[in-house]
Design a protein around this ligand. Structure first.
Ligand SMILES: [Zn+2]
Length: 122
């Protein structure tokens, strides 16, 4: 398990060479690395794995803190409902591509044999 692949994608860098960007913008992903030509999509539907990561990010960084603030009565109920709905609509749009980037890093962390240079050595 090479956690450096995941750390590289946390910084929006190619998991293989740590040079090329995975995301062009917050809403667009490159198909392959501009530096080492690593194809980011491994197969059809590969990036569906980004959906649970997006869900986890939103729950951990928005829903749970919002619920805690509401339970502690720091946020009134009508604000809680409004913030929940706006987060439910807006945050998946903002986190979807970055979640795909993180999924790419997680994939290579746990399947490092799929990395081309590791494939050639075996
Ligand atoms: Zn690269």
């Amino acid at each position: 398990m090479k956690t450096e692949y995941f750390v590289r994608t946390l910084r929006n860098r190619c998991p293989r060479c740590n040079e090329g960007a995975v995301l062009r913008t917050l809403f667009h992903r490159h198909d392959k690395c501009s530096n080492c030509d690593l194809e980011f999509s491994r197969e059809d539907g590969f990036f569906i794995g980004g959906i649970p990561i997006s869900y986890g990010l939103i729950c951990g960084l928005w829903i749970v803190p919002l619920l805690v603030a509401w339970l502690l009565e720091w946020v009134p109920t009508d604000w809680m409902i409004g913030l929940s709905f706006s987060g439910a609509i807006g945050l998946p749009l903002l986190t979807y591509r970055y979640s795909q980037c993180l999924w790419l890093g997680l994939y290579f962390t746990f399947a490092e044999h799929e990395m081309p240079e590791n494939n050639n050595q075996e």
